[in-house]
Write a protein that binds this ligand. Structure first.
Ligand code: NAP
Ligand code: FE
Length: 389
């Protein structure tokens, strides 16, 4: 029996009627932006480049995009004001600039934050949507074409239909979810990720791991999504020893280029998978950790994942067995030890914070996306066992 077959023995209780849709052209490899500059001409004649404040200038990605656009004879302007966990105000501002300058398409460069901002900007530049309707729609069938260049390896936003924004009114993060937001093209070049510091490398890799694992716990998991998820998990597991080794090195954090490529590939695979399945309560619970405690998104998920798996294991041990099998781990204790070795010391929450965050998470839409649906008491227990002072 090969690895894939054995991982999915018992698969039949999963969804038999499913949709698999991933319309993004994925281009992978060193220098792929410059070598495929003509592809930008398929998106339009004038671009808005959306980035964060610094990293795209430092890692060479913005320069490569500028060169590619100049080679292809495309004019452009740059909006480089996207901060981590982008706000609603930021995407309306970006859209205003896109409209005022009549750009034809958006190129987002960066981690999940600029990519998600770029998607919302593309939507808002093509149609008028009030803030009240931003997350709910309805949306007209209009959006500016999108190209994405990830410079972290974690969110997979370059291949998803989600744009996750900080939502002050709901005191959490909320997603716009629409097939309109699938990028037309994703350029994956790991050279932009070579200088990612240890903390961002680990937190984003944990986001990808979370996506792959959560997808297998989603009611929308399918044969196809499980194959991709398990492969993403396997690739990430292959990279983790190198990451832990590099973290200990006295010469600074350095990963082989091949490892960087593997992390990027695993992250995109996990993105393709959550585009099909969505995420689970782990992401919803993590949003409070980011919103109120400023904990990085990937780390927030990883802090909670082990305890959610314990709950799943109480109800559906076959599901956890499948995940542990893909990870080549002996059990949930081994899972916890592995995650702790990557996370280091855990943040702490007070009982009052746990109550507050549990009340928010229990209202999250994606509870119904979980095969094992937690109630408020379960959520409280997950927070407490993961983070209680
Ligand atoms: P991020 O918020 O995009 O970026 C975090 C930090 O990393 C920023 O300070 C950024 O600097 C820096 N950075 C980015 N690339 C770098 C590089 N190559 N070298 C050095 N520093 C670099 O982090 P992220 O974890 O990738 O994205 C998190 C966001 O994605 C969250 O808002 C989360 O909700 C969202 N998300 C979306 C999806 C989806 O499907 N759409 C899925 C999961 C998560 P600069 O600001 O200077 O660029
Ligand atoms: Fe995520």
């Amino acid at each position: 029996m090969n690895a894939i077959t054995s991982n999915f023995a018992g698969q039949k209780n999963n969804n038999q009627n499913y949709k698999y849709y991933m319309p993004t052209m994925v281009i992978f490899g060193k220098n792929c932006v410059k070598e495929n500059s003509q592809l930008f001409t398929t998106l339009g004649k004038k671009a808005l480049i959306v980035t964060g404040t610094q990293s795209a200038k430092r890692n060479g990605s913005e320069k490569d995009v500028r060169t590619a656009l100049e080679t292809a004879g495309i004019s452009y302007l740059v909006y480089d004001k996207v901060i981590a966990n982008p706000t609603i105000a930021c995407v309306y501002e970006g859209a205003k600039i896109a409209k005022a300058n009549e750009v034809d398409f958006i190129i987002a460069i960066g981690g999940g934050s600029p990519m998600d901002a770029g998607k919302a900007i593309a939507l808002l530049a093509a149609q008028d949507i009030t803030e009240e309707n931003l997350f709910s729609g309805p949306y007209a069938e209009r959006v500016l074409p999108l190209a994405m260049i990830p410079t972290t390896a974690g969110t997979g936003s370059e291949v998803t239909q989600y744009s996750v924004l900080t939502n002050e009114k709901s005191q959490t993060k909320t997603s716009i979810s629409s097939d309109l937001l699938f990028p037309r093209i994703a350029f994956l070049d790991a050279k932009y990720t070579v200088n990612l510091p240890a903390v961002i490398t680990i937190n984003t890799a944990l986001d990808a791991l979370s996506h792959a694992i959560e997808s297998m716990l989603s009611i929308r998991a399918s044969y196809l999504s499980n194959i991709l998820a398990a492969d993403s998990i396997r690739i990430l597991m292959d990279c983790i020893p190198d990451v832990l080794e590099a973290q200990k090195s006295e010469e600074g954090f350095h990963l082989a280029f091949e490892t960087r490529e593997q992390l990027l590939l695993a992250s995109t695979l996990a993105g393709i998978v959550i585009a099909q399945t969505g995420t689970t309560i782990v992401h919803s619970m993590g949003y409070s950790l980011t919103y109120f405690k400023n904990i990085d998104h990937g780390r927030a998920n990883a802090l909670l994942l082990g305890e959610y798996l314990r709950l799943v294991n109480e109800v559906q041990p076959n599901l956890t067995a499948r995940i542990l099998n893909a990870m080549n781990l002996s059990g949930l204790e081994a899972f916890a030890t592995l995650i702790d070795s990557l996370l280091g010391n855990r943040e702490k929450l007070s009982p009052a914070e746990i109550t507050q965050f549990s009340k928010i998470a229990v209202k999250a839409k994606n509870i119904t996306n979980c095969i094992v649906q937690p109630n408020e008491e379960d959520i409280r227990r997950i927070y407490a066992n993961s983070l209680l002072k």
